[in-house]
Design a protein around this ligand. Structure first.
Ligand code: FE2
Ligand code: FE2
Length: 163
C-alpha cells in the first residue's frame, strides 16, 4: 500500500561552489549533510515506511550535532567575531531538531503534521548550512590569508579526535 504522503516532489539539492565556506573539512561535512537531506527527501517521496523516515531523521540530527561542534572549533580557531551568535543559532536548531524528532517518533501512523515536521527539519537545515553558515566565509578567508606561512603546525581539537 502506498503511504498517503508519497508523491511529494523534491528537487534534489545540488552542491554549488557558492556554498563553500573555505574550510575543506566543513565543506565536506556540508556536502555529506546535503546528501543525507536528499536521501531523506527521497524516502518521503517514495512513501517509504515511516520508521525509515524517523531513523534517517535521527541519524541526520546526530550528524548535525557533531557538525556543529566541529564548526565551532574551526570558528574559534579563526577567532570569528560572530562565534557567540553562531553558537546560539546552533543551540536553537538543536532544540528544534529534538522537538521535531520527539514528535515524529511518537506518531504511530504518519500524519500530514508529521510529514510537515520532517519538511520543517529539512528547511531549517538547508537554511542554516547554505545561507547562515556562508556568513563566516569572508572571515575565514581573511584569517587564513593572515595565517599563511605563520602556522605552528599544532593540531586542532577536531583533528585530534580523529575526524
Ligand atoms: Fe555548518
Ligand atoms: Fe553553523
Amino acid at each position: 500500500m502506498t503511504a498517503d504522503w508519497a508523491g511529494l516532489k523534491f528537487s534534489p539539492l545540488v552542491w554549488a561552489s557558492a556554498f563553500e565556506t573555505g574550510d575543506p573539512e566543513i565543506d565536506e561535512e556540508h556536502q555529506e549533510l546535503l546528501c543525507d537531506l536528499n536521501d531523506l527527501s527521497e524516502l518521503l517521496a517514495l512513501g517509504q515506511e515511516w520508521s525509515l523516515v524517523v531513523d534517517k531523521s535521527q541519524r541526520l540530527r546526530d550528524k548535525c550535532f557533531e557538525h556543529f561542534q566541529d564548526e565551532e572549533v574551526v570558528l574559534e580557531e579563526a577567532a570569528y567575531e560572530g562565534l557567540e551568535c553562531h553558537k546560539i543559532e546552533h543551540r536553537v536548531i538543536e532544540q528544534q531538531l529534538d522537538g521535531i524528532l520527539s514528535f515524529i517518533a511518537s506518531v504511530a501512523l504518519p500524519s500530514r503534521a508529521a510529514t510537515e515536521a520532517v519538511l520543517l527539519l529539512r528547511s531549517i537545515l538547508v537554511n542554516h548550512f547554505f545561507r547562515y553558515d556562508i556568513s563566516y566565509k569572508k572571515h575565514l578567508s581573511r584569517s587564513r590569508g593572515q595565517k599563511r606561512g605563520g602556522a605552528d603546525g599544532s593540531e586542532s581539537p577536531r583533528r585530534q579526535r580523529g575526524r
